[in-house]
Design a protein around this ligand. Structure first.
Ligand code: URA
Length: 210
């Protein structure tokens, strides 16, 4: 299977990403921008959702009108920065279900350890969009997707704002069947596994920690 990477190059997304990258952008403004850009990201990640039709009556005539097919979508936030994308995505798709996955890296084994996992039911019959603003090393994203697959999820996409080439490679080495959506693939990772140029630590910038 050929792994798929979609770079969302919509001018509004690129403009807002530049403002998010800027170190001068305040915490409050960063949160606003993240919510705004996530509406646009949600629009792009759902661009090819299947439609069916249902009979309705407009004030003038009866018609078979297009409507989303299948069960409600599910968004999975990778804690904690994934939460910054949820509000905007839910603004666009209010009926979506939401789950959370928390992972940390064991300093000894370097393996991802799950500390939180709460997801909706019927995941195997939903399109699941896993979200995290930054795809850096790709290890926690890949671990979260592995965990969701263990729960029977088969129809999944991964959505981020900024990816590194290393993250894309690691993620797709494990999950070539999961399409990636991102607004940018940056130059690479630094020695602390931050994306360069990136935007810094997304969680810290969202919440004003650090
Ligand atoms: N997580 C972040 O928030 N930023 C990075 O650059 C890498 C990981």
């Amino acid at each position: 299977m050929q792994p798929s990477v979609t770079v969302i190059d919509h001018p509004l997304v690129q403009h807002k990403l530049t403002l998010l990258r800027d170190r001068q952008t305040s915490t409050a403004k960063f949160r606003d921008l993240l919510r705004e850009v996530s509406v646009l990201l949600a629009y792009e990640v759902t661009r090819d959702l299947p439609l069916t039709t249902c009979p309705i009556e407009t004030p003038l005539a009866a018609m078979d009108a297009p409507i989303l097919d299948g069960k409600k979508l599910c968004f999975i936030s990778i804690l904690r920065a994934g939460n910054g994308l949820l509000d905007g995505m839910l603004e666009l798709i209010p009926a979506a279900r939401v789950g959370h996955v928390g992972l940390y890296r064991d300093p000894q084994t370097l393996q991802p350890v799950e500390y939180y996992y709460k997801v909706p039911t019927d995941m195997d019959r939903r399109l699941v969009v896993v979200v995290d603003p930054m795809l850096a090393t790709g290890h926690s994203a890949a671990a979260a997707v592995t965990r969701l697959k263990r729960d029977g999820v088969t129809n999944m996409r991964f959505l981020c704002l900024v990816a590194s080439p290393e993250g894309v490679e690691t993620f797709h080495a494990e999950h070539p069947d999961v399409p990636l959506y991102t607004a940018a693939v940056d130059a690479g990772l630094n020695e602390k596994a931050y994306i360069v140029p990136g935007l810094g630590d997304a969680g810290d910038r969202m919440y004003g920690t650090k």
